[in-house]
Ligand binder design. Structure first.
Ligand code: ADA
Length: 785
């Protein structure tokens, strides 16, 4: 074990990044107020109300933080989302227990530019919506406390104001040409820390598989005399496996090696973690930090494949935005946990966190669930700006690497996405973009020699990063899904380290197509936005990927539908619908296709849970697909066996689990039972009548829970036959004691939506008497009173 004083590049470059440590006085969730407009000075945030006047202008609203002010309007079909300034204020009881200690507000993410004030005093600013940052309010609090009259006015509490701003600024990243909402607000947690004078700032762990050594690079707040002690605990056994302690003789930076005997490797199947605790004692101060790490090695072989810990691993990946129905970017921890578990349950072992640094919580889950990570900075589309722009991009790269350095799940640092896409500046210079990309690439390697760099789609920079993904979207933006293998193999041969990020297409949840759905040749660009088409595209590509020995891996676009200002005309306005789950995590049918290929836990799913009515001629055969990872399955229709089929991964579609079934007109029940004893069943109505033009809407109201109901309409022709291929636009409204649960960006949460198989729904809250809900479709009106 070696201990030495060190001032290496890593530590000096990261001088400004002090990671969270010390005593947390709590996450500041409640007692915030918000104002969705600008003020001309911070003083206005605390202007006393006029004596005797009840009115208080402007109107502050009580909110909980994390809070995103675009939680609803990002997907409001009738409005542009608010891009501007918002203010937050809170009043803190501050009682720092440390003599000469520091009082710090730690922000995990604020959109997109922020300033912090203690009463009227400006304290700190930050540019960038996705990296963590801090405001040290120690001096400002002390100065405020000298103003005894004002202190009395606030009953001893410290008034804090935070001004956030997501208005357009072309000299910042990401570009507003990016295909995602550039959210505003304090949309990730804020914590209040009390730090002793001597505390552990930077704490980076670099484990080495070969030797079992964990190198700890430490930066202290000030040169320190005292002692620092380390423990390493194995997550698997729960036992301490290494311990050491070192005297400090006035140094500020320190590198220590901790030896773990026969370390258990971290892998996607067995994500073994070790926790390293460091305890600093000096004078009367004590500070403690603990971080997790894992031993693993990876390698991109030239022209493929990828190896984890010396064994080939096909990277089976997806993408994720920090975005969720009803909350925008302020995704609660419980939702993040559910989402990351679903990703793992789908069988993914890899994720690209697009297109920006995501919450610490996400990375923690990738570590503990065993999901390898490509994380990137939001240099996305638009071109390249000036010095301020570049400085932000470089700072965000340094912060991302510093802040997520310890996560064993991270293997790739992303430098950009679609940087070949001009539009934000009147000049577009490939050489300047190349030069800046090279600068970022070098910077990333200097800050972290243990990981690789990567970009997606910028052909004229493809030789710069270690790993490159061109744009390959067969069957959606270009060509036919059948071209997948040839296009991808060309890329494998062309780029030394090719990884395929982004493939897939949009599907409107609840839209299904009848006919020969296995005829994938109709898969020309943009499909028909049905779940059926997408299921077949995913199925075809997954079946090809299984037999490509040199493929490093892929990440389909994207796990969950998400908000975007670029797509007002989508079937759900302002939603990118390429997810395999909806924006509220409701699985679409395609989720199960991935599970059938990737998941190890036995599963079975009959295609069509969101397809209540199938159609065709009487006696005509219809295909029934079953997605399963079990050895074989037997299908029963209306209680009669249709025979058992063997699953064969070489066969398409549905790996051979396909039955041609003659539905009887009316209600049919389908049940499948697998060799592992699992079963799934659905009920589908079979419509044999032909339909004409839609002339009216049939309504249905179904209680979901308490006062929450689902209001649905079905377009029908003059004879009352449902129009099962209708795609008309339907608008919902409510009056009286009814309220739409809308602006969710989901299949049941948008007040303007395109019909799926002639049907559309919205959730409503009905309370008291005389609730009224209505649907309008051209000249057709349906009113439920
Ligand atoms: C691009 C882009 C993504 C995503 C995708 C799409 O490839 O990188 O951000 O929006 O397009 O859905 O078209």
């Amino acid at each position: 074990m070696a201990s030495q004083f060190r001032k290496d590049t890593l530590l000096s470059v990261l001088f400004f990044v002090l990671m969270g440590s010390s005593v947390s006085a709590g996450t500041l969730i409640s007692h915030w107020q918000f104002l969705r407009e600008d003020l001309s000075s911070p003083w206005e945030a605390f202007r006393p109300a006029k004596a005797g006047k009840p009115e208080s202008v402007p109107l502050w609203t009580d909110v909980k933080v994390p809070h995103c002010w675009n939680a609803e309007d990002a997907v409001d079909p009738d409005a542009n989302y608010y891009e501007g300034v918002g203010w937050y204020r809170t009043f803190l009881s501050i009682d720092n227990p440390y003599k000469e200690g520091r009082t710090v507000l730690h922000f995990q993410g604020t959109g997109q530019r922020a300033k912090v004030y203690v009463y009227r005093q400006w304290v700190a600013s930050h540019i960038g919506g996705y990296d963590e940052w801090e405001a040290d309010i120690t001096e400002a609090v002390a100065a405020f406390r000298k103003d005894t009259a004002t202190v009395r006015r606030f009953n001893g509490r410290i008034p804090i104001a935070v001004r956030c701003d997501n208005s357009r600024d072309v000299e910042t990243i990401p570009s507003d040409m990016s295909d995602f909402t550039i959210y505003g607000g304090i949309y990730r947690p804020v914590e209040l820390f009390y730090r002793p004078k001597h505390y552990i700032g930077l704490f980076h762990l670099t484990p080495e598989v070969k030797t079992g050594l964990i190198r700890c690079d430490i930066r202290l707040s000030v040169p320190t005399t005292g002692q620092i002690e380390f423990y390493v605990k194995s997550g698997k056994s729960g036992k301490n496996v290494a311990h050491t302690s070192w005297p400090l003789n006035g140094q500020k930076c320190l590198t220590v090696g901790l030896k773990v005997k026969k370390p258990e490797l971290w892998s996607t199947d067995n994500p073994n973690l070790y926790t390293v605790h460091a305890i600093l004692t000096t004078g009367g101060d004590r500070d403690e930090v603990s971080e997790q790490t894992g031993f693993r090695g990876f390698r991109f072989a030239d022209h493929g494949p990828f190896f984890l810990n010396g064994k080939r691993l096909l990277l089976q990946g997806t993408h994720r935005h920090e975005d969720h129905a009803g909350v925008g970017a302020a995704v609660p921890d419980s939702v993040t946990l559910r989402e990351m578990r679903m990703i793992k349950d789908m069988g993914a072992n890899f994720i690209r966190l697009a297109h920006y640094q995501q919450s610490e919580r996400v990375l923690d889950l990738c570590d503990s669930l065993g999901i390898l990570v490509w994380e990137e900075i939001p240099w996305c589309r638009g071109g390249l700006g000036g010095d301020r722009y570049k400085a932000q991009a470089k700072r965000m790269l340094a912060n991302m690497i510093a802040q997520h350095y310890n996560h064993p799940s991270v293997i790739l640092w992303g430098l950009g996405n679609e940087n070949d896409w001009p539009g934000d500046f009147d000049t577009f210079n490939k050489d300047s973009i190349r030069a800046f990309m090279s600068e970022l690439n070098e910077e990333a390697h200097t800050l972290d020699p243990s990981r690789k760099t990567v970009i997606r789609r910028c052909e004229f920079c493809s030789d710069i990063p270690d790993v490159y993904s061109p744009s390959i979207w067969p069957g959606w933006y270009s060509g036919n899904m059948r071209d997948y293998r040839s296009m991808t193999e060309r890329a494998i041969n062309r780029y030394p380290h090719f990884l395929h990020a982004e493939w897939g297409g949009d599907s409107h949840a609840g839209r299904h197509a009848e006919g020969d759905v296995t005829n994938i040749d109709r898969g020309d660009a943009n499909g028909d936005w049905s779940e059926t088409y997408m299921v077949n595209l995913f199925d075809w590509v997954l079946h090809e990927q299984q037999t490509m020995p040199n493929l490093t891996g892929t990440a389909f676009w994207t796990f969950k539908d998400f908000a975007t200002p670029l797509r007002p005309d989508n079937p759900i306005p302002y939603v990118n619908q390429k997810g395999v789950v909806e924006r509220d995590l409701t699985p679409k049918e395609s989720f199960f296709v991935f599970q059938a290929y990737w998941a190890k836990k036995p599963m079975v799913h009959i295609y069509g849970h969101s397809w209540p009515i199938r159609w065709g001629k009487a006696g005509e055969e219809r295909q029934v697909f079953v997605y399963s990872n079990c050895r074989s399955a037997e299908l029963f229709v209306n209680g009669v066996s249709m025979g058992a089929r063997k699953r064969d991964a070489r066969r398409f579609p549905a790996m051979g689990l396909v039955w041609n079934v003659k539905y009887k007109p009316g209600r049919n029940t389908l049940k499948v039972v697998t060799s592992a004893g699992l079963s799934d069943s659905i009920t589908q109505y079979y419509e044999t009548r032909q339909w004409g033009e839609p002339v009216r809407m049939e309504m249905q109201l179904k209680q979901i829970k308490d006062d929450e109901w689902l209001f649905s309409v079905q377009l029908c022709d003059a004879k009352g036959v449902p129009c099962l291929d209708a795609r008309n636009w339907i608008t919902f409204s409510a009056a009286g004691n009814a309220r739409l649960i809308d602006n969710m960006g989901t299949n049941t949460g948008s007040r303007r939506i395109q019909a799926a198989n002639g049907r559309a729904s919205i959730k409503v809250r009905l309370s008291g008497k005389e609730p009224v809900v209505a649907a309008v479709c051209g000249k057709m009106v349906a009113i439920m009173k």
